[in-house]
Design a protein around this ligand. Structure first.
Ligand code: SIN
Length: 504
Protein backbone atom coordinates (compact mmCIF):
# COMPACT_ATOMS: atom_id res chain seq x y z
CA UNK A 1 0.00 0.00 0.00
CA UNK A 2 1.53 3.29 -1.10
CA UNK A 3 0.73 6.22 1.15
CA UNK A 4 0.39 9.77 -0.07
CA UNK A 5 1.46 13.05 1.55
CA UNK A 6 0.10 16.23 -0.05
CA UNK A 7 2.29 19.28 0.53
CA UNK A 8 0.98 22.72 -0.35
CA UNK A 9 4.39 24.38 -0.77
CA UNK A 10 7.62 23.52 -2.55
CA UNK A 11 9.00 19.98 -2.39
CA UNK A 12 12.81 19.85 -2.33
CA UNK A 13 14.80 16.64 -2.63
CA UNK A 14 18.27 17.09 -1.14
CA UNK A 15 19.56 18.91 1.93
CA UNK A 16 22.95 20.14 0.74
CA UNK A 17 23.74 23.78 -0.01
CA UNK A 18 21.50 23.97 -3.10
CA UNK A 19 18.54 22.33 -1.36
CA UNK A 20 18.71 24.46 1.77
CA UNK A 21 19.39 27.66 -0.24
CA UNK A 22 16.19 26.86 -2.13
CA UNK A 23 14.22 26.08 1.03
CA UNK A 24 15.28 29.36 2.63
CA UNK A 25 14.04 31.24 -0.46
CA UNK A 26 10.56 29.74 -0.58
CA UNK A 27 8.86 32.07 1.91
CA UNK A 28 6.01 32.91 2.13
CA UNK A 29 5.37 29.40 0.77
CA UNK A 30 6.25 26.37 2.86
CA UNK A 31 9.10 24.04 1.91
CA UNK A 32 9.33 20.31 2.58
CA UNK A 33 12.93 19.05 2.29
CA UNK A 34 13.51 15.31 1.82
CA UNK A 35 16.94 13.76 2.37
CA UNK A 36 18.05 10.15 2.14
CA UNK A 37 20.80 10.50 4.73
CA UNK A 38 21.02 12.24 8.11
CA UNK A 39 21.83 15.95 7.69
CA UNK A 40 25.51 16.58 6.77
CA UNK A 41 26.10 12.91 5.95
CA UNK A 42 25.04 12.47 2.35
CA UNK A 43 26.00 15.90 1.05
CA UNK A 44 29.22 16.87 -0.71
CA UNK A 45 28.61 20.51 0.27
CA UNK A 46 29.58 19.75 3.86
CA UNK A 47 32.82 18.15 2.68
CA UNK A 48 34.00 21.09 0.57
CA UNK A 49 37.37 22.33 1.74
CA UNK A 50 38.00 25.30 -0.56
CA UNK A 51 35.04 27.65 -0.21
CA UNK A 52 32.90 29.92 -2.39
CA UNK A 53 34.41 31.62 -5.44
CA UNK A 54 33.35 35.24 -6.03
CA UNK A 55 34.99 38.45 -7.24
CA UNK A 56 35.53 39.77 -3.72
CA UNK A 57 39.07 41.18 -4.04
CA UNK A 58 39.30 44.96 -4.62
CA UNK A 59 40.95 44.63 -8.05
CA UNK A 60 38.82 41.66 -9.15
CA UNK A 61 35.60 41.87 -11.15
CA UNK A 62 32.78 39.46 -11.97
CA UNK A 63 33.68 39.73 -15.66
CA UNK A 64 37.20 38.41 -14.91
CA UNK A 65 35.72 35.59 -12.83
CA UNK A 66 33.36 34.79 -15.72
CA UNK A 67 36.27 34.82 -18.19
CA UNK A 68 38.25 32.40 -15.98
CA UNK A 69 35.17 30.16 -15.78
CA UNK A 70 34.77 30.17 -19.57
CA UNK A 71 38.44 29.48 -20.11
CA UNK A 72 38.57 26.51 -17.68
CA UNK A 73 35.41 25.06 -19.24
CA UNK A 74 37.19 24.21 -22.51
CA UNK A 75 34.67 25.60 -24.98
CA UNK A 76 31.47 24.34 -23.36
CA UNK A 77 30.59 27.04 -20.82
CA UNK A 78 27.49 29.07 -21.68
CA UNK A 79 28.94 32.58 -21.43
CA UNK A 80 25.65 34.25 -20.45
CA UNK A 81 25.26 31.77 -17.56
CA UNK A 82 28.82 32.40 -16.38
CA UNK A 83 28.14 36.18 -16.51
CA UNK A 84 24.88 35.85 -14.63
CA UNK A 85 26.12 33.58 -11.84
CA UNK A 86 29.44 35.36 -11.28
CA UNK A 87 27.62 38.72 -11.11
CA UNK A 88 25.57 37.32 -8.25
CA UNK A 89 28.67 35.97 -6.45
CA UNK A 90 29.34 38.74 -3.93
CA UNK A 91 25.67 38.87 -2.88
CA UNK A 92 25.65 35.08 -2.52
CA UNK A 93 28.65 35.11 -0.15
CA UNK A 94 27.06 37.97 1.82
CA UNK A 95 23.79 35.98 2.07
CA UNK A 96 25.65 32.93 3.40
CA UNK A 97 27.45 35.17 5.90
CA UNK A 98 24.09 36.66 6.92
CA UNK A 99 22.81 33.13 7.61
CA UNK A 100 25.80 32.75 9.94
CA UNK A 101 28.58 31.22 7.82
CA UNK A 102 31.73 32.33 9.70
CA UNK A 103 33.97 33.25 6.75
CA UNK A 104 37.59 34.07 7.60
CA UNK A 105 38.27 37.82 7.58
CA UNK A 106 41.41 39.92 7.29
CA UNK A 107 42.27 42.58 9.87
CA UNK A 108 40.05 45.13 8.04
CA UNK A 109 37.07 42.79 8.23
CA UNK A 110 37.17 41.91 4.51
CA UNK A 111 36.77 38.29 3.42
CA UNK A 112 40.10 36.43 3.51
CA UNK A 113 40.56 34.89 0.07
CA UNK A 114 42.36 31.80 -1.18
CA UNK A 115 43.91 31.29 -4.59
CA UNK A 116 42.92 28.12 -6.44
CA UNK A 117 43.97 26.80 -9.83
CA UNK A 118 43.04 28.71 -12.99
CA UNK A 119 41.67 31.74 -11.06
CA UNK A 120 43.28 35.07 -12.03
CA UNK A 121 42.90 36.39 -8.46
CA UNK A 122 42.53 34.91 -5.00
CA UNK A 123 38.74 34.80 -4.80
CA UNK A 124 37.72 31.81 -2.71
CA UNK A 125 36.02 32.87 0.54
CA UNK A 126 37.10 30.27 3.10
CA UNK A 127 36.33 29.22 6.67
CA UNK A 128 39.02 28.19 9.16
CA UNK A 129 41.46 27.31 6.41
CA UNK A 130 39.89 24.22 4.85
CA UNK A 131 36.56 24.00 6.72
CA UNK A 132 34.24 26.01 4.46
CA UNK A 133 31.76 23.29 3.55
CA UNK A 134 31.08 22.08 7.09
CA UNK A 135 30.83 25.60 8.54
CA UNK A 136 28.54 26.89 5.78
CA UNK A 137 26.31 23.85 6.10
CA UNK A 138 26.13 24.20 9.88
CA UNK A 139 24.87 27.76 9.40
CA UNK A 140 22.38 26.76 6.70
CA UNK A 141 21.03 23.78 8.64
CA UNK A 142 20.57 25.96 11.73
CA UNK A 143 18.78 28.62 9.66
CA UNK A 144 16.52 26.06 7.97
CA UNK A 145 15.68 24.33 11.24
CA UNK A 146 14.78 27.65 12.85
CA UNK A 147 12.44 28.57 9.98
CA UNK A 148 8.83 27.64 10.80
CA UNK A 149 8.00 27.37 7.09
CA UNK A 150 10.60 24.64 6.49
CA UNK A 151 10.16 20.97 7.36
CA UNK A 152 13.06 18.55 6.88
CA UNK A 153 12.54 14.78 6.70
CA UNK A 154 15.55 12.46 6.56
CA UNK A 155 15.62 8.75 5.72
CA UNK A 156 13.61 9.39 2.56
CA UNK A 157 15.12 7.87 -0.61
CA UNK A 158 14.05 9.04 -4.03
CA UNK A 159 12.65 6.30 -6.26
CA UNK A 160 10.90 8.11 -9.11
CA UNK A 161 9.24 11.34 -10.16
CA UNK A 162 5.45 11.57 -10.26
CA UNK A 163 3.76 13.15 -13.26
CA UNK A 164 0.15 13.92 -14.09
CA UNK A 165 -1.60 12.99 -17.32
CA UNK A 166 -0.36 16.19 -19.00
CA UNK A 167 3.30 15.38 -18.22
CA UNK A 168 3.64 17.95 -15.43
CA UNK A 169 5.82 16.82 -12.53
CA UNK A 170 3.67 16.54 -9.40
CA UNK A 171 6.18 15.28 -6.85
CA UNK A 172 8.18 12.17 -6.07
CA UNK A 173 7.80 8.55 -5.08
CA UNK A 174 10.18 7.76 -2.22
CA UNK A 175 11.06 4.96 0.16
CA UNK A 176 10.55 5.92 3.81
CA UNK A 177 10.61 4.00 7.09
CA UNK A 178 6.86 3.59 6.58
CA UNK A 179 7.28 2.15 3.07
CA UNK A 180 6.74 3.65 -0.37
CA UNK A 181 5.28 7.14 -0.14
CA UNK A 182 4.10 9.62 -2.76
CA UNK A 183 4.99 13.22 -1.89
CA UNK A 184 2.75 15.45 -4.01
CA UNK A 185 3.33 19.21 -4.38
CA UNK A 186 2.81 22.05 -6.86
CA UNK A 187 6.56 22.32 -7.60
CA UNK A 188 9.48 19.95 -7.08
CA UNK A 189 13.15 20.96 -6.87
CA UNK A 190 15.79 18.26 -7.27
CA UNK A 191 18.97 19.17 -5.39
CA UNK A 192 20.24 15.63 -5.02
CA UNK A 193 23.94 16.32 -5.58
CA UNK A 194 26.38 14.40 -7.73
CA UNK A 195 27.34 10.84 -8.51
CA UNK A 196 30.85 10.20 -7.18
CA UNK A 197 29.55 7.10 -5.37
CA UNK A 198 29.16 5.41 -8.74
CA UNK A 199 32.95 5.23 -8.86
CA UNK A 200 35.26 3.10 -6.71
CA UNK A 201 37.53 6.08 -5.99
CA UNK A 202 35.76 9.30 -5.06
CA UNK A 203 36.00 12.24 -2.69
CA UNK A 204 32.17 12.36 -2.46
CA UNK A 205 29.91 10.62 0.04
CA UNK A 206 29.47 7.05 -1.25
CA UNK A 207 25.69 7.41 -1.09
CA UNK A 208 25.65 9.90 -3.98
CA UNK A 209 24.92 7.76 -7.03
CA UNK A 210 23.15 10.06 -9.44
CA UNK A 211 19.65 9.17 -8.26
CA UNK A 212 18.16 12.58 -9.03
CA UNK A 213 19.75 12.65 -12.46
CA UNK A 214 18.50 9.15 -13.23
CA UNK A 215 14.96 9.72 -11.94
CA UNK A 216 14.69 12.94 -13.97
CA UNK A 217 16.03 11.19 -17.06
CA UNK A 218 13.50 8.36 -16.71
CA UNK A 219 10.73 10.95 -16.34
CA UNK A 220 11.76 12.52 -19.65
CA UNK A 221 13.81 15.55 -18.54
CA UNK A 222 16.58 16.69 -20.88
CA UNK A 223 20.00 15.65 -19.59
CA UNK A 224 23.11 17.65 -20.53
CA UNK A 225 26.76 16.60 -20.77
CA UNK A 226 26.67 13.47 -18.56
CA UNK A 227 30.10 12.34 -19.82
CA UNK A 228 31.83 15.25 -18.07
CA UNK A 229 33.04 13.97 -14.73
CA UNK A 230 35.71 15.94 -12.89
CA UNK A 231 38.58 14.15 -11.20
CA UNK A 232 40.20 16.03 -8.34
CA UNK A 233 43.95 15.61 -8.81
CA UNK A 234 44.91 15.35 -5.16
CA UNK A 235 42.81 12.87 -3.25
CA UNK A 236 44.93 11.41 -0.46
CA UNK A 237 45.94 7.97 -1.69
CA UNK A 238 45.63 5.80 1.41
CA UNK A 239 43.07 3.28 0.13
CA UNK A 240 40.14 4.88 2.00
CA UNK A 241 36.60 4.85 0.56
CA UNK A 242 35.69 7.64 0.13
CA UNK A 243 39.14 9.12 -0.44
CA UNK A 244 39.97 12.15 1.73
CA UNK A 245 40.77 15.35 -0.15
CA UNK A 246 43.92 17.47 -0.06
CA UNK A 247 42.52 20.85 -1.07
CA UNK A 248 43.78 22.67 -4.13
CA UNK A 249 44.50 25.61 -1.85
CA UNK A 250 47.61 23.72 -0.73
CA UNK A 251 48.94 24.16 -4.26
CA UNK A 252 47.68 27.75 -4.15
CA UNK A 253 50.00 28.44 -1.21
CA UNK A 254 52.97 26.76 -2.88
CA UNK A 255 52.83 23.01 -2.17
CA UNK A 256 54.62 21.08 -4.94
CA UNK A 257 53.76 17.91 -6.79
CA UNK A 258 56.78 15.61 -6.71
CA UNK A 259 57.56 12.06 -7.80
CA UNK A 260 59.07 9.37 -5.62
CA UNK A 261 62.60 10.71 -6.26
CA UNK A 262 61.55 14.19 -5.06
CA UNK A 263 61.50 15.73 -8.56
CA UNK A 264 58.77 18.40 -9.09
CA UNK A 265 57.12 17.16 -12.28
CA UNK A 266 54.35 19.63 -13.22
CA UNK A 267 56.59 21.89 -15.36
CA UNK A 268 56.79 19.01 -17.85
CA UNK A 269 53.00 19.18 -18.28
CA UNK A 270 51.91 22.85 -18.18
CA UNK A 271 53.41 26.33 -17.86
CA UNK A 272 51.19 27.05 -14.83
CA UNK A 273 52.67 23.96 -13.12
CA UNK A 274 50.74 23.11 -9.92
CA UNK A 275 48.06 25.71 -10.76
CA UNK A 276 47.27 24.41 -14.24
CA UNK A 277 43.59 23.61 -14.95
CA UNK A 278 42.37 20.73 -12.84
CA UNK A 279 41.94 18.21 -15.69
CA UNK A 280 45.56 18.73 -16.76
CA UNK A 281 46.90 18.21 -13.23
CA UNK A 282 44.72 15.11 -12.82
CA UNK A 283 46.01 13.58 -16.04
CA UNK A 284 49.62 14.42 -15.13
CA UNK A 285 49.26 12.63 -11.79
CA UNK A 286 47.52 9.70 -13.48
CA UNK A 287 50.44 9.47 -15.97
CA UNK A 288 53.07 9.61 -13.21
CA UNK A 289 51.38 6.79 -11.38
CA UNK A 290 50.95 4.62 -14.47
CA UNK A 291 54.63 5.14 -15.26
CA UNK A 292 55.55 3.95 -11.75
CA UNK A 293 56.98 7.34 -10.78
CA UNK A 294 54.44 8.03 -8.05
CA UNK A 295 52.82 11.36 -7.16
CA UNK A 296 53.06 13.19 -3.85
CA UNK A 297 51.97 16.59 -2.61
CA UNK A 298 54.85 18.15 -0.75
CA UNK A 299 53.73 20.92 1.63
CA UNK A 300 56.72 20.70 3.97
CA UNK A 301 58.19 24.01 2.85
CA UNK A 302 55.03 25.90 1.85
CA UNK A 303 53.03 25.07 4.99
CA UNK A 304 55.28 23.03 7.30
CA UNK A 305 54.66 23.37 11.02
CA UNK A 306 51.56 25.55 10.48
CA UNK A 307 49.71 22.65 8.84
CA UNK A 308 47.42 21.82 11.81
CA UNK A 309 46.21 25.43 12.12
CA UNK A 310 46.04 26.32 8.44
CA UNK A 311 44.56 23.08 7.05
CA UNK A 312 43.00 21.23 9.97
CA UNK A 313 40.78 18.91 7.90
CA UNK A 314 43.61 17.77 5.61
CA UNK A 315 45.94 17.45 8.59
CA UNK A 316 43.46 15.21 10.43
CA UNK A 317 42.94 13.02 7.35
CA UNK A 318 46.69 12.62 6.88
CA UNK A 319 47.38 11.87 10.53
CA UNK A 320 44.57 9.28 10.56
CA UNK A 321 46.55 7.50 7.85
CA UNK A 322 49.83 7.89 9.78
CA UNK A 323 51.17 10.54 7.39
CA UNK A 324 52.57 13.68 9.01
CA UNK A 325 52.33 16.31 6.24
CA UNK A 326 54.67 18.63 8.18
CA UNK A 327 57.42 16.08 7.65
CA UNK A 328 56.32 13.85 4.76
CA UNK A 329 54.96 14.35 1.24
CA UNK A 330 51.32 13.23 0.94
CA UNK A 331 50.66 10.38 -1.56
CA UNK A 332 47.97 11.56 -3.98
CA UNK A 333 45.80 10.16 -6.76
CA UNK A 334 42.96 11.54 -8.88
CA UNK A 335 39.45 10.74 -7.60
CA UNK A 336 35.96 11.55 -8.87
CA UNK A 337 35.00 14.84 -7.31
CA UNK A 338 32.28 16.58 -9.29
CA UNK A 339 29.78 15.99 -12.10
CA UNK A 340 29.63 18.83 -14.60
CA UNK A 341 26.75 17.14 -16.43
CA UNK A 342 23.26 16.82 -15.06
CA UNK A 343 19.62 17.71 -15.52
CA UNK A 344 19.54 20.52 -18.09
CA UNK A 345 18.38 23.62 -16.20
CA UNK A 346 18.57 27.38 -16.45
CA UNK A 347 19.93 29.52 -13.61
CA UNK A 348 16.44 29.62 -12.06
CA UNK A 349 16.44 25.83 -11.96
CA UNK A 350 13.80 25.47 -14.69
CA UNK A 351 14.11 22.15 -16.50
CA UNK A 352 12.48 20.84 -19.68
CA UNK A 353 9.62 19.37 -17.59
CA UNK A 354 6.89 21.64 -16.20
CA UNK A 355 6.77 21.57 -12.42
CA UNK A 356 10.36 20.30 -12.13
CA UNK A 357 13.33 22.42 -11.05
CA UNK A 358 16.93 21.32 -10.50
CA UNK A 359 19.78 23.11 -8.73
CA UNK A 360 23.31 22.39 -7.58
CA UNK A 361 25.43 19.48 -8.76
CA UNK A 362 22.53 17.39 -10.10
CA UNK A 363 21.75 20.22 -12.54
CA UNK A 364 23.72 21.28 -15.59
CA UNK A 365 23.27 25.01 -16.16
CA UNK A 366 26.21 25.43 -18.55
CA UNK A 367 28.36 27.15 -15.90
CA UNK A 368 31.00 24.45 -15.69
CA UNK A 369 31.35 23.31 -19.29
CA UNK A 370 33.84 20.49 -19.69
CA UNK A 371 35.85 21.37 -16.59
CA UNK A 372 34.56 23.18 -13.50
CA UNK A 373 36.64 26.02 -12.12
CA UNK A 374 37.50 25.31 -8.48
CA UNK A 375 34.99 26.53 -5.86
CA UNK A 376 32.44 27.55 -8.49
CA UNK A 377 30.26 24.68 -7.28
CA UNK A 378 29.33 26.14 -3.89
CA UNK A 379 28.77 29.45 -5.68
CA UNK A 380 26.40 27.82 -8.16
CA UNK A 381 24.62 25.84 -5.42
CA UNK A 382 24.02 29.00 -3.37
CA UNK A 383 22.96 31.20 -6.30
CA UNK A 384 20.88 28.72 -8.28
CA UNK A 385 19.41 27.10 -5.17
CA UNK A 386 18.08 30.49 -4.09
CA UNK A 387 16.81 31.35 -7.59
CA UNK A 388 15.13 27.95 -7.92
CA UNK A 389 13.38 28.45 -4.57
CA UNK A 390 12.17 31.89 -5.68
CA UNK A 391 10.90 30.52 -9.00
CA UNK A 392 9.28 27.41 -7.51
CA UNK A 393 7.37 29.37 -4.86
CA UNK A 394 5.47 31.11 -7.68
CA UNK A 395 4.07 27.85 -9.06
CA UNK A 396 0.34 27.53 -8.40
CA UNK A 397 -1.13 24.17 -7.46
CA UNK A 398 -2.42 22.65 -10.72
CA UNK A 399 -4.79 20.45 -8.72
CA UNK A 400 -4.15 17.48 -10.99
CA UNK A 401 -3.74 13.89 -9.82
CA UNK A 402 -0.38 12.18 -10.17
CA UNK A 403 -0.26 8.96 -12.15
CA UNK A 404 1.29 5.99 -10.35
CA UNK A 405 5.04 5.69 -10.90
CA UNK A 406 6.77 2.33 -11.09
CA UNK A 407 9.56 2.23 -8.49
CA UNK A 408 12.91 1.07 -9.81
CA UNK A 409 14.91 -1.75 -8.25
CA UNK A 410 17.70 -1.42 -5.69
CA UNK A 411 21.16 -2.75 -6.55
CA UNK A 412 22.54 -5.22 -4.01
CA UNK A 413 25.98 -4.30 -2.56
CA UNK A 414 27.95 -6.80 -4.68
CA UNK A 415 26.39 -5.47 -7.88
CA UNK A 416 27.10 -1.90 -6.76
CA UNK A 417 30.74 -2.83 -6.14
CA UNK A 418 30.98 -4.33 -9.64
CA UNK A 419 29.52 -1.15 -11.14
CA UNK A 420 31.87 1.11 -9.18
CA UNK A 421 34.96 -0.84 -10.23
CA UNK A 422 33.82 -0.86 -13.85
CA UNK A 423 33.23 2.91 -13.96
CA UNK A 424 36.59 3.67 -12.36
CA UNK A 425 38.36 1.36 -14.79
CA UNK A 426 36.52 2.23 -17.99
CA UNK A 427 35.11 5.77 -17.59
CA UNK A 428 37.99 7.25 -15.62
CA UNK A 429 40.64 9.91 -16.20
CA UNK A 430 41.52 8.33 -19.56
CA UNK A 431 38.88 6.56 -21.65
CA UNK A 432 38.68 4.76 -24.97
CA UNK A 433 36.04 3.01 -27.09
CA UNK A 434 37.10 -0.45 -25.97
CA UNK A 435 36.77 0.34 -22.26
CA UNK A 436 33.53 2.29 -22.63
CA UNK A 437 31.97 -0.51 -24.70
CA UNK A 438 33.05 -3.01 -22.05
CA UNK A 439 31.43 -0.78 -19.41
CA UNK A 440 28.14 -0.74 -21.30
CA UNK A 441 28.19 -4.56 -21.37
CA UNK A 442 28.70 -4.59 -17.57
CA UNK A 443 25.72 -2.22 -17.18
CA UNK A 444 23.60 -4.39 -19.54
CA UNK A 445 24.47 -7.51 -17.54
CA UNK A 446 23.68 -5.86 -14.20
CA UNK A 447 20.39 -4.57 -15.56
CA UNK A 448 19.48 -8.01 -16.91
CA UNK A 449 20.14 -9.53 -13.49
CA UNK A 450 18.73 -6.83 -11.20
CA UNK A 451 16.42 -4.86 -13.53
CA UNK A 452 16.63 -1.10 -13.89
CA UNK A 453 18.10 0.67 -10.85
CA UNK A 454 18.78 4.41 -10.70
CA UNK A 455 22.62 4.00 -10.42
CA UNK A 456 22.55 1.88 -13.60
CA UNK A 457 20.59 4.56 -15.45
CA UNK A 458 23.09 7.25 -14.34
CA UNK A 459 26.07 5.05 -15.23
CA UNK A 460 24.65 4.34 -18.68
CA UNK A 461 24.17 8.06 -19.32
CA UNK A 462 27.86 8.65 -18.57
CA UNK A 463 29.11 5.66 -20.54
CA UNK A 464 27.03 6.15 -23.66
CA UNK A 465 27.71 9.90 -23.87
CA UNK A 466 31.44 9.31 -23.27
CA UNK A 467 31.47 6.72 -26.06
CA UNK A 468 29.65 9.08 -28.41
CA UNK A 469 31.99 12.03 -27.72
CA UNK A 470 34.86 11.22 -30.05
CA UNK A 471 37.20 13.96 -28.89
CA UNK A 472 39.12 15.01 -25.79
CA UNK A 473 37.85 18.07 -23.96
CA UNK A 474 38.23 19.15 -20.34
CA UNK A 475 37.49 16.28 -17.96
CA UNK A 476 36.68 13.89 -20.83
CA UNK A 477 39.90 12.48 -22.29
CA UNK A 478 39.77 9.82 -25.01
CA UNK A 479 43.08 8.02 -25.66
CA UNK A 480 41.70 7.08 -29.07
CA UNK A 481 40.57 10.64 -29.89
CA UNK A 482 43.16 12.84 -28.14
CA UNK A 483 42.28 16.10 -29.94
CA UNK A 484 39.52 18.68 -29.65
CA UNK A 485 36.95 18.53 -32.40
CA UNK A 486 35.30 21.57 -33.83
CA UNK A 487 32.76 23.08 -33.45
CA UNK A 488 32.27 22.39 -29.74
CA UNK A 489 28.88 20.99 -28.84
CA UNK A 490 27.09 20.12 -25.65
CA UNK A 491 25.49 16.71 -25.27
CA UNK A 492 21.71 16.72 -24.87
CA UNK A 493 19.92 13.44 -24.16
CA UNK A 494 16.25 12.72 -23.62
CA UNK A 495 15.67 9.08 -22.73
CA UNK A 496 11.90 9.21 -23.18
CA UNK A 497 12.15 10.84 -26.60
CA UNK A 498 14.96 8.44 -27.52
CA UNK A 499 12.88 5.40 -26.70
CA UNK A 500 9.99 6.92 -28.67
CA UNK A 501 12.38 7.44 -31.62
CA UNK A 502 12.39 11.27 -31.40
CA UNK A 503 15.69 13.21 -31.44
CA UNK A 504 16.32 15.41 -28.33
C1 SIN B 1 39.43 21.92 -3.21
O1 SIN B 1 39.41 22.47 -2.12
O2 SIN B 1 40.44 21.57 -3.79
C2 SIN B 1 38.13 21.64 -3.87
C3 SIN B 1 37.54 22.86 -4.38
C4 SIN B 1 36.54 22.50 -5.40
O3 SIN B 1 36.50 21.38 -5.86
O4 SIN B 1 35.77 23.38 -5.79
Amino acid sequence: MIQRINHDGVLIVGAGLAGLSAALACAPRKALVLAAQPLFKGSSSAWAQGGVAAALAPNDHASIHAADTVSAGAGLVTASVADDITRRGVAAVDRLAAFGAPFDRDNKGHYALNLEAAHTFPRVARVQGDGAGQAIMEAMVAAAMADPLIEIRTGVSLKALLKDASGRVRGVLAETAAGLTEFVAPATILATGGLGGLYAVTTNPRELRGEGLAAAALAGADIADPEFVQFHPTAIDVGADPAPLATETLRGVGAKLIDKTGHAFMSAYHAKTELAPRDIVARAIHRQRIDGLGAFLDAREAVGKDFPQRFPAVFAACMAAAIDPRKQPIPVAPAVHYHMGGIAADVHGRTSLPGLFAAGECASTGLHGANRLASNSLLEAAVCGQLAGEAAREVADPGTAPLPAAPVSTLPPAAMATLREALSRDAGVIRDAEGLSRLIVVIDDLEAEHSRALPLVAARLIASAALARQESRGGHYRADFPNLSSPSRRTLINLVQQSAGVAA
